[in-house]
Each structure stands twice: as C-alpha cells, then as structure tokens.
Ligand binder design. Structure first.
Ligand SMILES: O=C(O)C(=O)C[C@]1(C(=O)O)C=C[C@@H](O)C=C1
Length: 333
C-alpha cells in the first residue's frame, strides 16, 4: 500500500493489468482509478462483468474491479451470480479490496435542434394516479428539453437509482439495458437521429463528447456504489488494517427448520458483526438459495481466533460453503 492509500504493485519488472467493467469512463473505471497508482498499472476495459472475472481467473489480469452494491438500489446481481460460481469457473477468485464511489447521474444526449421552441419542462409535476396518489418530486429539473428523447440507454442499476426523475420527465420513454453507463453514452454518440439519451456520468459526457441534458438525477443525494477488487489466489496482506470484512457463500438444507438461523447464530456466538446478507437461486432446486454473508473480521489477520472458530463451526450447519475473501473495510462512517 502506498502512502496515498492507493495500491502500488511493488514491482516494476512488468506492468500488471487491472481489468474493469468498461468502456472507459464507466463508474467502475472511476472507482478503479481511485484505487491504484495509475502509472504502475495497465487499465483494461472489459465489455461485461463476466469478462472481468475471466481475465482475473485466467491470470491475464492481476486484478479486477466490479460493482457489488448500490446504496439506493441494492445488490448488483450480475456480480452475485458470478460469485455464486455454480459451475466452478472461478475457483481461485477472491475479493481482496473494496472501494466506494459517490454516483452522480446525468442524462446525456444531443440538444434538441428545436431548442429555442422546445423549452425544458421544469415543473417536475407527476400526474397523481390511484396507485401513486402523491408522486415524489425529483431533486432536480432538466437543463435542456428532453421532449425529443425517444429511447434511454443505461445499465439496469442506474435506472433503479433515478426512478423519481425518470417518472417525472421521461415517463413512457423506452428503456434499453446495456452493459454499462459509459457504453450507454457511446450508443448516444453513435445515434445519428439525436433522439437517444443515456444515464451516465459527466465524465462519460466529456469522453464521448455528448451534451449534458440534466445533472444530479439520482433519487438520493447520498447515492453511493461499492466496488470489489478481485484477485486470483489469496492476498495475505488484505484485511490487515484496523477494520476488515470477509465474505462467504453457503447453502443450507431448506427442509430443516432454523438451518439459516443456526448459521447466523455461529456469528453471534463468536461476536462477529454481520454487514450484509444476499441470496441468489441455487438453480438446482426452484426456490432454494445460495446465501452470501459478509461480516467484520479477517481470515488471515485473526489474532483473537474468532473468525477461525466461527468458520470451523459453520460446517455443522451448512451443506456447502466457500470463503470468498477478506479485505480492509473502506466505509467512512
Ligand atoms: O455502468 C457503469 O458505469 C458501472 O460501472 C456499473 C454500475 C453498477 O453496476 O452498479 C456502477 C455504478 C452505478 O451504480 C451504476 C452502474
């Protein structure tokens, strides 16, 4: 770790590669830039989160950066799906770090050619309906008219973080999911009709040379995404700081009452605080789940032995489990 808190590769012989969900200017790229000394690593944009996992597992990339969860919209299911690793494609991948990024979304597009007559609708008024009698008012209004926008590209996570603005100003506009917000900005750039828009960052507007039609459209001012840093094998230094977190996945026998409670109880007995719990379908039996549990503590730096004792105890209550990594906690509380 360098004195600026960023990860230094400690070896100049060859430049290690950091893969991230691209293209350039995605939020994942911005998070990666904040983690590693940029003159010591080669940054490699990947098309999908799966590509990041594959690059790390194959050893082509020393590290990978992927989104894990957003404070407004919850878990990034693509990443959970890959961590579930049902077909053992990523047996050596571990989480060795995390990064938090403030996410400020914009509507990117091309300004309407009829700009002088198409003034933006600033009211943000939503028509009350029976199911939503008091619709929420968005935090911001557009900078330019959005009346010409016929389709909206973004990453599904980003749509979920901007619902209030979208309901007020882009209701009924077709939404098209793409692999990242920076890919969405690229699509807007490529559209010669000028009627597409993207939800992406102001950096993506700059990089892809498109206009910012609205700014700060996220539902919550504290909208933050957490990213995981992935590595092949175990980084023995990870999780050596004052506060560490660890992640495991496990399955339980769904017909045993209290099976999940028993697993959670192990953490209570040894005094390990839980920080998140998620699940995905096993895809073996319908409506049975793989659980992901995150807790405070490190497997490699476990002076009190509490992590070891907890993990040893788990075996009695789970069908299968896997340790997915320990790393330094970077959440500013
Ligand atoms: O699309 C991007 O720019 C990404 O880096 C992905 C991603 C995500 O999957 O959560 C990252 C941050 C934002 O929450 C929205 C999208």
């Amino acid at each position: 770790m360098a004195s600026n808190g960023k990860i230094s590769n400690g070896d100049d012989a060859h430049t290690p590669v950091v893969s991230f969900l691209g293209p350039v200017s995605s939020y994942t790229h911005q998070a990666a830039l904040g983690c590693f000394e940029s003159d010591r690593y080669d940054y490699r944009p990947e098309v999908t989160i799966t590509d990041v996992f594959e690059a790390v597992q194959s050893g082509e990339s020393a590290l990978g950066v992927v989104p894990f969860e957003n404070s407004t919209n919850g878990a990034v299911i693509f990443t959970l799906e890959l961590l579930a690793d049902r077909h053992k494609r990523f047996p050596d991948i571990h989480v060795c770090g995390e990064a938090y990024l403030d996410v400020r979304h914009c509507v990117l597009g091309k300004k309407s050619r009829r700009q002088s007559t198409d003034s933006p609708d600033m009211s943000g008024a939503c028509t009350p309906t029976l199911s939503a009698p008091s619709p929420l008012k968005p935090r911001t209004s557009p900078l330019h008219s959005l009346k010409h926008v016929k389709r909206l590209y973004s990453h599904p996570q980003a749509f979920g973080q901007c619902e209030t603005f979208l309901q007020a100003y882009l209701k009924g506009v077709e939404r098209i999911d793409v692999s990242s917000t920076s890919r969405a900005a690229e699509m807007v750039k490529e559209d010669t009709t000028g009627t597409s828009a993207a939800i992406a960052s102001s950096l993506a507007a700059e990089v892809h040379d498109v206009d910012i039609l609205a700014k700060g459209i996220e539902d919550r001012e504290d909208n933050t995404t957490r990213f995981f840093i992935l590595k092949k094998g175990v980084d023995v230094d990870a999780g050596s700081g004052r506060k560490a977190k660890s992640l495991i996945s496990f399955t339980v026998d769904h017909s045993t009452p209290g099976a999940l409670a028993s697993v959670l109880h192990c953490f209570q007995i040894y005094g390990l605080n839980l920080t998140s719990i998620n699940s995905r379908p096993t895809k073996v039996v319908p409506f049975q789940y793989i659980f992901f549990l995150e807790f405070e503590g490190s497997k490699m730096h476990d002076d009190s032995g509490r992590v070891k004792r907890t993990l040893d105890a788990l075996g009695d209550y789970v069908q299968s489990w896997r340790w997915l990594g320990s790393w330094d906690d970077k959440l500013v509380r």
